[in-house]
Design a protein around this ligand. Structure first.
Ligand SMILES: [Zn+2]
Length: 397
């Protein structure tokens, strides 16, 4: 005989499956939901009835056009657009990005603001809160329906679930999430911002059509994230996805991470700009590096292509180990030409990732730019609202 908590877990999983379909597909008829979720009619109707009572979903009758149609068109179930607000915050080193969204995925407001590199956790949290408050005021958003906040942070963040569960190894993350939670009084989820960008790509972006994907952010920091079977992999210590710290020169220069010859040291824009300088070509900044690949500067193109080849070698390891359907490359360098970035990566994967077992791994540009971390924070907060105890607290329809 099943214990009550086991039954609750099953029920919660069924509810999550249903909400996930509504989140990804939008309004659906009950028949479509039965087909897509695989739930029995009885279970599905029971869960929908419960969610309607709680105001989480709404059911709309079809609009009748002119004369009465013969077969009665079915009504659709969708997430209640007025039920909940979600805030995604990316607290990067010098920029704060905020996205305010609804439970049904509409973006209500977005904004960015500079923050001092030297600002401590409290000042960072307050600056983010100020930006949220300004956006809410300017766009007349009602935050009484705020459900959850997702926060992306640079570095090691192992905050799984509520801020209370944030690992003590990440004191800054905990201080920031506690301060934000105190300010708004809702559940907060924190994660590494590159990993959240991976989640955004997997939820709405370049990798939304696959269940297994790798995302790399190629900027001054080289980070990333793995989506495994539809879930963001955080790892046992909150450190999954650190593609930039895979060693490609085991006897190379020491890296701040304690390792040697890390990929990040060799392919970050500043390193490539130095390489170009040594070869007599002046490059102003990362944007100029990208621009010069488009302008056809041969040395710059050669340097970027060489870096992409190294990246492709590291990614071929990811392909062998995880068998992703897609690799999405983001960050400033992703904007360089196809033949200097995407093609060398594809070539190395084709050459090194078990060529005797050919597979189809699409290597594409990420869809989200600088907003990826904040969008991923929205996605993480949405997942939080769909899981458990938050549901009963949603306002009545
Ligand atoms: Zn390193």
């Amino acid at each position: 005989m099943e214990r009550p908590d086991a039954m609750q877990r099953v029920r919660r999983a069924h509810t999550e499956t249903l909400l996930a379909q509504l989140r990804s597909a939008g309004p659906l008829s009950r028949a479509e939901l039965i087909r897509l979720t695989g739930l029995s009619r009885t279970t599905l109707f029971d869960i929908i009835g419960d969610l309607i009572t709680r105001g989480v979903v709404v059911e709309r009758e079809p609009e009748l056009s002119g004369q009465r149609s013969r077969g009665r068109p079915s009504s659709t179930v969708s997430l209640n657009p007025s039920a909940g607000r979600i805030i995604g915050i990316d607290l990067a080193r010098v920029t704060i990005t905020v996205v305010v969204a609804t439970l049904s995925h509409d973006i209500l407001a977005r904004g960015t603001r500079a923050v001092a590199l030297t600002a401590g956790p409290a000042r960072r949290a307050d600056a983010a809160g100020k930006l949220v408050d300004d956006l809410v005021r300017d766009h007349q958003i009602d935050l009484r329906a705020l459900e959850a906040i997702g926060i992306g942070l640079p570095g090691l963040v192992s905050g799984r679930g509520r801020s209370a569960g944030a690992s003590s190894s990440s004191t800054t993350a905990k201080q920031i999430s506690d301060r934000i939670q105190d300010r708004y009084g809702v559940a907060v989820v924190t994660d590494n911002n590159s990993r959240l960008a991976a989640l955004a790509e997997g939820t709405w972006g370049a990798a939304r059509d696959v269940r297994d994907a790798v995302y790399v952010r190629w900027s001054d920091g080289v980070g990333g994230g793995f989506i495994v079977d539809g879930q963001l992999a955080r790892g046992a210590h909150g450190a999954a996805g650190e593609i930039g710290h895979v060693s490609v020169e085991p006897d190379g220069d020491p890296c701040p991470c304690g390792g040697r010859g890390c990929l990040e040291l060799l392919i970050r824009p500043t390193a490539l700009i130095e390489q170009c300088a040594r070869r007599g070509v002046v490059v102003q900044d990362p944007a100029d590096l990208v621009a010069q690949t488009h302008a056809g500067e041969p040395t710059v193109r050669d340097v970027v292509r060489g870096a992409a080849t190294l990246l492709g070698q590291v990614l071929s390891g990811s392909v062998v180990q995880l068998d992703p359907g897609k690799i999405a490359i983001g960050g400033v360098l992703a904007q360089a030409t196809d033949d200097t970035v995407l093609e060398p990566v594809r070539a190395e994967i084709a050459r090194l990732a078990i060529p005797r077992h050919p597979r189809r791994v699409d290597v594409v540009r990420a869809q989200f730019g600088d907003e990826g971390g904040a969008m991923g924070a929205v996605a993480a907060a949405l997942r939080l609202t769909a899981t458990d105890s938050l549901l009963p607290t949603l306002p009545m329809g």
